[in-house]
Structure formats: C-alpha cells, structure tokens
Design a protein around this ligand. Structure first.
Ligand code: CP
Length: 327
C-alpha cells in the first residue's frame, strides 16, 4: 500500500494488520520512560493542514516523533499558501523538500488523492527518489478520514473484543461527516452491523448504497447498540443554519445524560472530537466510564504509528527499527 486515502483502500486483512501493528506499538511503548523507537529514523513526515485540527495533527506528529522520524508541521495559515500558492505547488514543493510522507487535511473532498497524483507523477527531482511521498488523507471535506476510522475500530475492538455480531450506531450529522463515511465503510468491512441514526435532513443522497441500515429514531436504536458513535454537528459546513434547529436536534438526537440510561451497561460511547457538550452529547456523558473519548485520542497515536510504519518503513524494518529487531 503506497497511500491511505480512503477506508476503501483497506481490505479486512489490511485493516486487521494495521490494528495488530498498532497494538504491538502500544505494547512496545508501555511503561517506557523514553518513548522513542528507531523505526523511522531518517524518514521525514510532513503534516499539511488547511483546516483546523488538534487531535489528528498532533497525534501524527507524536507518532512520527515516537518512531524517530523528522516531523514537520506545515500550517496553511503561516505558509506561502497565505500568499496565494496553490495546493499543487505547495505539494510539489514539499516533495522537493524531501517528504517521505505527506499527511494532508483540506476542505475539498478529493484533495488528498489529488496531492498523491501530483507528487507521484513520475517527474524527477534531482537527488530524490523517483517515486514521490506516501500521502495520508487526514480529512478531506465531507469525504473521508480513514485514520479516524482505524483508531475508532481499534478502540471498539479493545473495549468489545471484536466486530462480528456487534452493532454500531453512528448518530448525528452524517451529511457533512467524513468520519461517518470512513467508519461506515471500515466497520462493515470488519464485520460489524452499522446503523446510521440521523434526521432525514442530515443524511446524504446516495446513503442507500452504503453498507448500512438507516434509522431516524435514536431512542429505538440505543437499547440494542454495542457502540454509539456521536458526531459533531458541523455548523461550519452549513452556510449559517440547519434544520432541525439546534435545540430540537439536541432534544431528539443528543445523547443526553438521561438518555444514557437506555444503553446497556456494557455498551460504549465514542466521539471523534471536538465535542459540543450540551448539543450532540450530554455535559457529563464523555466523562463516564462507558465513554472512550480520550482512549480514542490516545489510540490514535499508536494507530498512526502503524499506518506510517506500513507506508514508509523499509521492508527490512521491524517495529524496533533496523538497529533493534525486537521491541
Ligand atoms: N477527530 C478529529 O479529526 O479531530 P481534529 O479535528 O482535532 O483533528
């Protein structure tokens, strides 16, 4: 696998291999005072974010650093993008500067795939490998966010033991959610039953072709769910308003503190963050033992280590790196 642009790039075997590799990284680092493996020494990972991010950008940077890669953050707001430089020229510039991996977030759906094409078009850059960098989609518009889906799957497997026969309800603003698209694909690939729960106005056209069931009544779905994934309402993609109203949405689709009582005791609650407490999730829900919000954040580092390892480590390398073949 050269790039990770969509959850559709992952077969069941690929996804399980990445989750297993992430688990090995977690175990290799557990209890270490110095969290540093030589795995990617000499490699360069660049994060290029045209949209705001806390979790994804920082966890890729931490993942790269814990594997001894050179990690460089390119923020659109402080780069030459602000002077009008195009995405194409920026991507080619970063390739010329020696990126082995480009981690890209952009508001346009398909942007990461386009960067992969532009930076792997066969053109030569003197002194650099003829193949361009691996590109990882860190969220492109409303399209996909595959590493989020992988870390969510890792968290579900850690809490529930597996995917077969498990029911995952993905709740809220499906229309604008790249997290929902990647999770629906990946969780179905892994054998889970996925149900999307949303007001009809926040469902995309074409959802009938997704490998999911669609429902509109959250209260009817909660008692049978093994995992409930709450989504943020993405007001920034709604041109100033949405229907139902924020208040009605919170009442009908928010996982309130009282609605939590409808869940089984062994069910888990996920949220990719950032959360709007009081809107899609009750003020206290994320702090209950059933919620996995901070576990997801933490798991994101190990999953992104596994993704970087798979994409840019040499074939001869083990988790511990070329100088240390065992963790
Ligand atoms: N879940 C997620 O993508 O969060 P950030 O926007 O903070 O990266």
């Amino acid at each position: 696998m050269k790039h990770l642009l969509s959850a559709a790039d992952l077969s069941r075997g690929d996804a399980l291999d990445i989750l297993d590799e992430a688990q090995r990284f977690e175990q290799a680092l557990a209890g270490r005072e110095v969290r540093k493996l030589p795995t990617l020494r000499g490699r360069t990972v660049m994060t290029v974010f045209y949209e705001n991010s806390t979790r994804t950008r920082v966890s890729f940077e931490v993942a790269a650093k814990w594997m001894s890669a050179d990690a460089i953050n390119v923020s659109a707001s402080s780069s030459s993008v602000n002077k009008g430089e195009s995405l194409r020229d920026t991507a080619k510039t970063l390739r010329a500067l020696g990126a082995d991996a480009l981690v890209v977030r952009h508001p346009a759906s398909g942007a990461a795939a386009q960067v992969a094409r532009w930076t792997n078009d066969g053109s030569d850059v003197t002194g650099l490998p003829t193949t361009g960098p691996s590109v990882i989609n860190a969220g492109d518009g409303t399209h996909e966010h595959p590493t989020q889906a992988l870390l969510d799957a890792y968290t579900i497997r850690q809490r529930l033991g597996g995917f077969e026969g498990r029911r995952v309800a993905i709740v809220g603003d499906i229309l604008h959610s790249r997290v929902a698209r990647s999770n629906a694909r990946l969780l179905a690939t892994l054998g889970a039953e996925v149900v999307l729960v949303a007001p009809p106005t926040l469902l995309p056209t074409g959802v009938q072709t997704w490998p999911v069931r669609v429902a509109t009544d959250l209260d009817a779905e909660l008692p049978a769910a093994d995992a409930v994934m709450m989504l943020r309402v993405q007001a920034e993609r709604m041109n100033g308003g949405f229907f139902p109203s924020a208040r009605e949405y919170a009442v009908r689709y928010g996982l309130s503190d009282t609605r939590m009582a409808m869940l089984r005791d062994d069910a888990v609650v996920l949220h990719p963050g950032p959360m709007l407490r009081g809107m899609e999730i009750g003020f206290n829900v994320a702090d209950t033992p059933q919620a996995t919000v901070l576990e997801q954040v933490r798991n994101g580092v190990h999953v992104r280590m596994a993704v970087l390892f798979r994409l840019i480590a040499g074939a001869e390398e083990s988790i511990g790196g070329p100088d240390s073949r065992t963790p």
